[in-house]
Design a protein around this ligand. Structure first.
Ligand SMILES: [Zn+2]
Length: 334
């Protein structure tokens, strides 16, 4: 028996987990943070670094009888700024501990510098895959203009994959589920069968497996979609009843949703294979075949989608990469 999504939030609230919907300036809309009323009093994600987000966070905490000053632990689900931008301010007010995947701690601590390197990496990747330079550089300025909504985070409690976080009334197991970002971490309450999954699984949108640098900061890119599919398969096997997402409504039937997403990736992979089979194409040409001329801000997302699916085909031995020194093209050997 699956729950109705509204009922799922009530069930979570009965378990002391309250969804706080914090505004962001991004197309995705509000971000879901979660207040866990337990010892320590815990906030999972903070929302972006803006006065508006801070006001709403204060107001929504107040509605539950708390203030920012009372927060004892902040848990971060991943490295994206819509989820963690307010962390410095929350910690400044409360002195809360900050728990996050230990593998991500260095990057979170070096936010500004790291974001610059990530942007340079993205520009390089776009140019190598045939995206016109004016688009690549325009996107770099867009990304820079968003920088202020982020912040650095000093992780005082580095978490390992599998590590349990003990509370007065519950235990949450830390599970590394990379793909949407390399630091995606989900938190599993086995007793209540509630999974706090953030952007790893979202009901109304399929999470973008963005191509990034790996967590160790090296320049070799991730195979984000390949990794994401492996992570989804692991989550599929969990006996979760409620999955609390980073955006939108809770997921109440994660197996059906994951099956649907896996089938969609399978179909898209075959569609991209047919385009490559016709003739060798660059990542940009494939993206244009599928989505046409997209807005500048979508250029990296669509390229990430294409490269992710091409990675699957390369791993299956059906597609190879050729490099003329400027642009990478994909072809299907016969
Ligand atoms: Zn995210």
């Amino acid at each position: 028996m699956t729950l109705a999504p509204e009922r799922a939030l009530e069930r979570a609230a009965e378990a002391g987990i309250h969804c706080l919907r914090i505004p962001t300036p991004f197309a995705v809309g509000r971000v879901n943070c979660y207040l866990i009323e337990d010892g320590p009093l815990t906030l999972v994600d903070t929302g972006p670094n803006s006065g508006k987000a801070l006001d709403e966070l204060q107001a929504q905490l107040a509605a539950h009888g708390h203030s920012i000053d009372d927060i004892e632990l902040v848990i971060l689900t991943h490295q994206h700024i819509d989820h963690l931008g307010l962390v410095e301010i929350v910690v400044g007010h409360s002195g809360a501990e900050v728990a996050a995947l230990g593998l991500a701690a260095e990057r979170l601590a070096n936010f500004g510098e790291d974001a610059d390197r990530e942007d340079e990496f993205a520009v390089e990747l776009m140019l190598r895959n045939g995206i016109p330079s004016e688009v690549a550089f325009a996107l770099q300025s867009v990304s820079r203009s968003f920088r202020g909504w982020g912040a650095r985070a000093e992780v005082t409690r580095p978490l390992a994959d599998g590590e349990e976080i003990g509370f007065r009334d519950r235990t949450l197991q830390t599970l590394h589920r990379p793909g949407h970002s390399p630091s995606d971490t989900v938190f599993w309450d086995e007793e209540r069968r509630i999974l706090i999954a953030a952007d790893h699984l979202i009901a109304h949108i399929s999470s973008n497996p963005l191509i990034t640098r790996p967590l160790d900061g090296s320049e070799q890119r991730t195979q984000a979609l390949v990794t994401y599919i492996e992570s989804l398969k692991e989550t599929r096997e969990m006996p979760a009843e409620i999955v609390l997402s980073g955006h939108g409504e809770p997921v109440v039937d994660h197996v059906a949703l994951i099956d649907d997403r896996l089938a969609k990736h399978q179909r898209r992979k075959e569609k991209i294979y047919r385009l490559i089979e016709e003739r060798p194409r660059s990542g940009y040409e494939i993206a244009q075949e599928i989505w046409g001329n997209v807005a500048v801000t979508q250029a990296f997302l669509t390229l990430s989608e294409v490269i992710g699916h091409v990675d699957l085909l390369v791993n299956e031995g059906r597609v190879t990469e050729t490099d003329d020194g400027q642009v990478v093209r994909f072809e299907a050997p016969r």
